[in-house]
Each structure stands twice: as structure tokens, then as C-alpha cells.
Write a protein that binds this ligand. Sequence first.
Ligand SMILES: [Ca+2]
Ligand SMILES: [Ca+2]
Ligand SMILES: [Ca+2]
Ligand SMILES: [Ca+2]
Length: 284
Amino acid sequence: MGLHVGAVMRNLLASLAVVGTWAGCAPSAPSGDGDADGLANSAEAWLGSDPADPDSDDDGLLDGEEVGLGTLWLDPDSDDDGYSDRDEHYEGTDPLDPESVIYQGGWPYYFEKTGLKGGTEFAVGERFANLALVDQFGDVVSLWDFYNEDRYVIFDFCAEWPGRICDDLSRWVAGERGAIYADWVAVAEAVDVGALYWITLLVEDENYAPVDEQDVVEWADDHPHDRVPTLADSNFEAISFTDLTYYPYLVLLSPDLEVHTISSDYTTVLDAAEVVLTPNVGIR
Ligand SMILES: [Ca+2]
Ligand SMILES: [Ca+2]
Ligand SMILES: [Ca+2]
Ligand SMILES: [Ca+2]
């Protein structure tokens, strides 16, 4: 449908361009393109876009670009799949097909991440490294895509071999709310509603060997949660960055992905998460 509408619009704009030529305006650029978005003011009047705003829907694509691409110039996410037209165009997914997405898991995407600094040192107040790790859908996930305005992030470094603790923790996040984690119910609820990002980084399998992509598929199947990416730290990139040696190990990050709390005791990190979440949980 979107493609069809786009084609109709392109034909219509071609007609308008002809009208502009008849009116004696400059033939090289759209006549009277006050906001320099590639559309004549007369075309914008017809399309309903803002002749004084080059990007009427603020998605990062000019009104004229959107007409060319066939995307909606008054809707930043033409196919309602959660990824903006600009982000999809940039990443090469189809902005007119909701089945074509940047991450099949629906994880966030941060267009400006290449402008972020840091990521070279693991310490409180320093930004975590921008590693690219494969998730349970086989997508390569950039950690800096989780950069945001108001949601804290927990990295849960896990291995299959320690037996119950990593397993229990992931089961708890997935919804098996056992008594041992009752103190941090606000943390689990925040993950459920998307007020806190929980990212499981699976590092070693039951034989102490690096996990492969099948291991994260199975871990995610055994501990299913729609909002939790399970990433394969197959080359020990993440665990080496942190210099950690045991599991489970939680790291709390602030929304700008700077390390907020490190502790050898994962319950200390859950406590810290509870504290930073309390205002958000209270008002939602
Ligand atoms: Ca405009
Ligand atoms: Ca736009
Ligand atoms: Ca989209
Ligand atoms: Ca899409």
C-alpha cells in the first residue's frame, strides 16, 4: 500500500513540477522551495507537509526524500514496526515493510551512537565498550544501541556451568518469581514494562568453552522474555573488557551507558537498580 501511494505521489509531483514550469519559475530546482527539502511550496500545500520545515515528521529524512522513497512524510515510522524511516533507510531494512526490521527482537536502535565517546576502560563513570554480539535471533547487536534518555541497563554475565545461580537469575527475569528474589520485585517488573533494559551476556557453556550461537538460542528458549536480548560473548570480548572471572556478574549502567555499579556480589547490583528505579516505578 505504501509503495502504491508513493508512486501515485511521485506522478502527482511530476505534474506539479510541470505546472511550476508553466508559471515561469526556475526549472532547475522545485519552484519556491522555501525550506529546501526538495519539494515546491505548492507541492507541500497539496501534500500537507510543512513548507517551512524541511522534515515535517522529524524522522531525519527530508520531506522530498520521503516522497522519493515512498515513505510517509507525516509519520516518522511509516510501517509502525518501531524503527523510524530514517533508521531503516540507513540500515538497509524496508521502511514500508513491518516484517523487515533492524532487530528481530525489537531492541532499541540509536542512530547517533557513532558520535559517542569512550568505551575504552571498565570503571564506574566510564562508558561500556561498544561491542557487537550475536543475539538469539542471529542478529548482530551493537551495545551502544541501548543508549537512551531515562532507562538504566543491567548486563548479566552468565555461564551455563555454574548451575543454579545463573539459571535461577534468568528464570527470575523470565517470570518465575521465586522467593529468593522477592526483595527486587521492582527490578523484574521494570524489565517487564521496558523501564529497565536487562541484557544477558552468555559467555561459557557447561564445558567452560565459549558459547556459540546455538547456545544463546537455547538459553533464550529456556528463559523466555520478549524484552531480554541474550547475547553470545563468543570471543570473550565483553568478559575480557570487564576482567571478570566468575558468574553471575551483574553490571548496572546508567542510561548513557556509563558504568554505575560494579560489585562482586550480584545482589548489591540488584539493590542499586532498585534504588535508581524507585522514582520511575512509582509514577508509571
Ligand atoms: Ca517541508
Ligand atoms: Ca521526514
Ligand atoms: Ca519502520
Ligand atoms: Ca520495516
